[in-house]
Design a protein around this ligand. Structure first.
Ligand code: IDP
Ligand code: MG
Length: 137
């Protein structure tokens, strides 16, 4: 089942020079294709739409600040079971709990600065793709 997912390489990944490393892992998955890619600095409005489900939680405001602390790489990835597959590639939210071999497990230590966002369901993907790539057909 071919799907589309919205991926963000967070400001920590960009700052640390890990764009190539992370995108390389995505590219090496057979049959997955990057169909849009852009380096951009996110504004508050975009982030409120993207992370609206977390509004009011203790980590929300620091997350907003962090996500605006530098540019992110936003990309669209298409392919077989790409939503589930990217979540596996990323690892769980807490990088210390994430297995070595996953992106968060290999490179992260701080929950907030966990390098990557990937849509968690088809519904989220559709919603997030509209926010970041509204021109996509
Ligand atoms: P996810 O990115 O694995 O889907 P979510 O629960 O949707 O995780 O949280 C969104 C983002 O908010 C996380 O990726 C992480 O950057 C941050 N975050 C989530 N929980 C915490 C927390 O307990 N402390 C600090 N930051 C958090
Ligand atoms: Mg999430």
């Amino acid at each position: 089942m071919s799907q589309r997912s919205l991926v963000l390489l967070k400001p920590d990944a960009v700052r640390r020079g890990l764009i190539g490393e992370v995108i390389g892992r995505i590219e090496r998955k057979a049959g997955w294709t990057i169909t849009a890619l852009e380096l951009r600095t996110l504004d508050q409005d975009t982030l409120e739409q993207h992370y609206g489900e977390h509004k009011g939680k203790p980590f929300y405001e620091p997350l907003m600040g962090f996500m605006q602390s530098g540019p992110v790489v936003a990309l669209v990835v298409e392919g077989e079971r790409v939503i589930e597959g990217l979540r596996t590639l990323a690892g769980p939210t807490d990088p210390i709990a994430a297995a070595p071999g996953s992106i968060r497990g290999d490179f992260g230590t701080i929950v907030r600065e966990n390098l990557i966002h990937a849509s968690d369901s088809e519904e989220s993907a559709a919603r997030e793709l509209k926010i970041f790539f509204p021109g996509l057909v």
